[in-house]
Design a protein around this ligand. Structure first.
Ligand code: GCW
Length: 740
């Protein structure tokens, strides 16, 4: 196979390589049942129309050795066998045959890689990959999958298999890809007893009591995560102590490291590094020292020893995630030291093993410590902005997308504009603590896409958030995104099957924050339900509408934290998915007889608006220019305030909640229209969730509208919300009947 004879197939010619689906069920029958465990790696049979491509896919040549090459071999062998119906021949030989798929790094493939393909790698980083096809004079097709490192081959392998599943064949060759964000992480809020905080897909995947015993789920989880480009996983909850109720801090003890080593090995096959949430007080908790003061040399020595110990047992150890001086988890403030003092001490310890410290910026004064009327939104900036530039190179500051707490329609945090000399990490919440739990369909990609694109004005106009995570002028790779995961040990991983789409989209956006949410929804629907155009189009449309619908019956115009009902989630935390608007009056919203919202303006409010660069200040300071979906997040307004639609605020609040419920019902109708086209197991599972969503949205509508009537005394102009007819007035979780 000499490079000179080959011509690179251009995109147009490659279109002919498209595959078509094989329908496995007879007309009139529902497709065979599925439980959702395979997620987007289902690999149902496809028919390859082009004989050249079909022949190539049957002959796989993989160069190289090691755990990731073994993973590539396993994925191609199982994936192609399932897609094509015949197991491919797989061998290491890269020199003899003319047709086939040739997989290997540039170094391994050597001279068999045509120059034109090899040169595509020049500008790609370590994780990028190239897929290109060539044909010789006899039309024998050769596909090259190459990269600079074996992890790039893992990503390229999943891409090739995905293209085949999507039946685009390999239409857009050559594919030249590298990730937009260097760190693409999942944070598990999982405790060592397998309970989880704010997660609704079951208990923890990580079965600590039975580790180091291996379970197939560990590998399946690693495959799913690598297939969407995840390269770092924090295996335990950021809350490691919680007043003594949790013992997550033990995860870095020798006993747990032996268990974690098994997870780490599974991750390593797929290029994923393992990270641990640690407790800043560990030297004391472990019983070794009587201080955790970051300026004490013994404390540094203690952490350095721990870091080395971890690295010895776990070569793909990435670093620590730290929640300190936040919600009762102690930190450097206990010793009158700053966040930077604390983070930099850990960073010194970790620099001996090439690790990073991810320090969370989620701080505010603890409830009860002070005046409840203090605005929580201003507090993280007050603590961190003055420390810009104080953090070591291997420290990353992890900032939630909004200044309060993963709220719907919350603005992007002012901190992203204010830390130009600091490595940053965006924190998103994939698990739906505030966005509907495992009940409400809520595809978050359109929202995340807006967050990534948000113009922070850090370096003047045109500074989108995904660019300012990297320090100004910096060339390192210590920055990226973390998503609080929603994958757990339930059969379909996420509780609500359709919630898998959020993890898929999260990974894809971390790889390329510019990808369109519409395309991601289409892709996920096709991968999950097969390529029937009617099914994919309907599911995709449902996903894309869902965030807007949720906003219609949930908190009006960006108000925060009105759902905080008692109730207990599995881990004993309150369940924020039920409405309880009376509870946080004064603290998170200022609703009274005259109006609603929260005044965060410079002129008359908490001054939060003043933390942004000037162009954003002028956008948010006035209700006239403030984006309407976050109007009440920034402003307290009278009920008579006229919105752009010409309606009063109070009437819009009533109308939106009614519209929201109707639109949830129409989501359910859309789903019902797919009966018989989706297997019964998954069809009825999702239908059950949508039925619940209808009743929950009615609860939200009636509690919120009852609350607003109660406080404002203004009746709904349409006559639906009127005095004396307030079924849910003052309702608290557990108090009253569940509406139907
Ligand atoms: O969103 C809040 C959650 C807490 C969580 C905390 C945090 C892990 O309600 O459950 O604790 O934020 O992000 O630290």
């Amino acid at each position: 196979m000499a490079g000179a004879e080959l011509r690179i197939l251009p995109a147009v010619a490659a279109l002919a390589l498209a595959a078509v689906a094989v329908t496995a069920f007879a007309d009139g029958d529902s497709p065979p049942n599925e439980n959702g465990y395979e997620a987007w790696l289902r690999y149902r049979p496809v028919e390859i129309a082009d004989p050249g491509l079909a022949a190539a896919l049957r002959s796989i040549h993989i160069a190289g050795r090691g755990p990731r090459i073994a993973a590539v071999r396993d994925e191609l062998s199982a994936g192609l066998a399932a897609l094509l119906g015949v197991p491919p021949a797989i061998g290491p030989d890269v020199s003899e045959s003319a047709a086939g798929v040739f997989v290997g790094t540039r170094t391994e493939l050597g001279r068999s890689l045509p120059d034109s393909v090899a040169s595509e790698l020049d500008d790609l980083g370590a994780e990028g990959y190239v897929i290109a096809a060539t044909a010789n004079d006899r039309n024998a097709v050769t596909i090259f999958l190459t990269a600079r490192s074996d992890v790039g081959l893992v990503y390229g392998t999943f891409r090739l298999l995905r293209e085949l599943q999507l039946r685009t064949g390999i239409a857009n060759l050559p594919v030249v890809e590298s990730p937009g964000l260097p760190l693409r992480m999942i944070n598990h809020w999982d405790n060592l007893d397998r309970s989880v905080e704010r997660v609704y897909g079951g208990f923890s995947i990580f079965d600590w009591p039975n580790l180091p015993e291996r379970q197939p789920r560990y590998r399946d989880y690693s495959r799913l995560m690598a297939s969407i480009g995840i390269n770092g996983i924090v295996v335990n909850n950021v809350n490691t102590y919680k007043g003594g109720r949790l013992h997550g801090w033990r995860v870095v003890s020798d006993e747990y490291l032996d268990k974690a080593a098994v997870l780490a090995q599974e991750f390593d096959r797929y290029g994923i590094e393992i990270y641990f949430s640690i407790n800043f007080m560990s030297p004391i908790l472990f019983g070794d020292l009587d201080t955790a003061d970051p300026r004490d040399p013994e404390v540094l020595a203690w952490w350095t020893h721990r870091a080395r110990r971890i690295k010895e047992k776990i070569p793909n150890f990435g670093g620590f995630l730290v929640k300190a001086d936040s919600e009762g988890e102690l930190g450097p403030h206990a010793y009158d030291r700053t966040h930077a003092d604390g983070a930099n001490m850990l960073a010194r310890a970790l620099s001996t093993v090439d690790g990073v410290v991810i320090w969370r910026a989620f701080v505010y004064r603890h409830p009860g410590e002070d005046d409840v009327s203090a605005d929580r939104a201003v507090q993280a900036y007050q603590q961190f902005a003055p420390q810009n530039g104080d953090f070591a190179d291997n420290v990353i500051l992890q900032i939630k997308h909004g200044p309060i707490d993963f709220q719907v329609n919350e603005p992007v945090s002012s901190l992203f504009s204010a830390m130009p000399d600091t490595n940053l990490m965006l924190e998103l919440q994939i698990t739906q603590e505030y966005t509907g739990k495992d009940i409400h369909l809520n595809f978050l990609a359109p929202f995340w896409h807006r967050v990534y694109a948000f113009d922070t004005h850090r370096d003047g106009a045109g500074s989108p958030l995904h660019d300012v995570l990297r320090p100004r002028g910096g060339s390192g790779t210590n920055w990226g995104v973390a998503g609080v995961g929603n994958f757990h040990d339930g059969l379909n991983w996420t509780g609500h099957l359709l919630a898998q789409s959020n993890t898929y989209a999260y990974g894809m956006l971390a790889w390329n924050p510019r990808r369109s949410p519409g395309v991601l929804a289409d892709e996920w629907a096709a991968l999950t339900f097969g390529g029937e155009p009617m099914v994919s189009a309907t599911v995709s449309d449902m996903l894309l509408q869902s965030y807007g619908i949720y906003g219609k019956y949930y908190f009006p115009y960006g108000l925060s934290l009105m759902g905080w009902a008692g109730g207990a989630a599995l881990d004993g935390n309150g369940d924020r998915s039920r409405p309880d608007p009376y509870r946080n009056i004064g603290r998170y919203h200022q609703t009274d007889a005259a109006g609603t919202g929260y005044d965060r303006t410079v002129a008359t409010g908490s001054g939060y608006v003043g933390q942004y660069p000037l162009p954003l200040q002028s956008l948010y300071e006035s209700p006239d220019s403030c984006p309407q979906e976050m109007l009440l997040w920034f402003h307290y307004l009278p009920y008579s305030h006229e919105l752009r639609s010409g309606k009063t605020l109070i009437q819009s609040i009533y109308d939106d909640r009614y519209e929201g419920v109707e639109r949830v019902k129409s989501l359910r109708d859309r789903w019902l229209s797919l009966e018989g086209m989706i297997d019964e197991e998954r069809f009825y599972h999702v239908l059950g969730k949508l039925n619940l969503q209808v009743s929950e949205s009615i609860l939200w509508r009636d509690v919120m509208n009852g609350f607003y009537l109660d406080l404002s005394g203004i009746e709904d102009a349409e006559g639906r919300v009127k005095a004396g007819d307030r079924p849910y007035r003052g309702l608290r979780y557990g108090d009253g009947p569940r509406p139907h």
